[in-house]
Design a binder for this molecule. Structure first.
Ligand code: 6PG
Length: 248
């Protein structure tokens, strides 16, 4: 194992500091691995600032682009040039400028069938990992980046969805998301997301305070149930931090 179960909350004064803290943690994980590196990025609006920051010279010059492979934790079933595409957004703001094309691993959406896309991505992940079973001693990803939705979802794992109970599959299709954009999705499952050295949740803004209070309080929600086999870290700005929070 790689230090299973460790969970930490890191406070950042504001959204800018939140992006900096997250970027520095990602760079520390990159520095710690001298071989091939796998990073699973997140959709949603919160990481946009982080992706812009990683594209600045101070950060992008420190990334060994030839050795880093980029994945995405969930996708909306749209083409990659659609503004609602998660990987499309990361490519436009960061990856297409620096990463070799063969190191960018989008979820294929041209099938327009969430289950078919899920099978294809699962096959790609297994081929990258060079095994069909996840070994906790050898995590699939160095870093998994996640967000928390207003209903406590993370990636496209929504409260009450059968995908939450998945223990075998690495990637599954989700019929129709209950939050906007109301589109079919494809999502990595808890076992695949958890197979990482560090899971980093980015949570920002006062509108996230209520749901984060429930997540950090341990309520049974998808974002509470996502755990790394290594370290799980919530990077939270002051606006989102639960009232009277006394953690580390
Ligand atoms: C997506 C996401 C989703 C997101 C949260 C938080 O495809 O929408 O991957 O899980 O991370 O909903 O989104 P915001 O950062 O926009 O609040």
């Amino acid at each position: 194992m790689v230090g299973a179960g460790e969970q930490q909350v890191i406070r950042a004064p504001d959204a800018t500091a939140l992006a900096q803290t997250t970027a520095n943690r990602i760079l520390a994980r990159i520095d710690a691995n001298h071989a091939r590196i796998a990073i699973c990025l997140s959709g949603g609006s919160t990481p946009a600032r982080l992706y812009r920051l990683l594209a600045t010279p101070a950060y992008c010059s420190r990334i060994p682009w030839e050795r880093v492979h980029w994945f995405i934790g969930d996708e909306r079933l749209v083409t990659q040039n659609d503004p609602r595409s998660n990987m499309g957004h990361v490519r436009g703001s960061l990856l297409d400028r620096f990463a070799p094309a063969s190191n960018i691993h989008p979820i294929p959406t041209d099938t327009m069938d969430p289950d078919e896309s899920a099978w294809l991505y699962e096959r790609e992940l297994k081929s990258f990992y060079e095994a069909g079973q996840l070994d906790p001693a050898r995590p699939l990803f160095d870093v998994v980046l996640l967000g928390v939705g207003p209903d406590g979802h993370t990636a496209s794992l929504f409260p009450g969805d059968r995908a939450l109970g998945e223990t075998q599959r690495w990637v599954v299709g989700v019929g129709n998301a209950p939050v906007v954009p109301l589109l079919p999705r494809v999502t990595l499952t808890f076992p695949a997301l958890g197979s990482c050295r560090e899971m980093l949740f980015m949570v920002s803004g006062h509108e996230k305070r209520a749901i984060l209070t429930r997540v950090l309080g341990g309520e049974n929600l998808p974002a509470t149930r996502a755990h790394s086999v290594g370290k799980t870290v919530f990077v939270v700005d002051e606006a989102a931090l639960p009232e009277g929070f006394r953690g580390n």
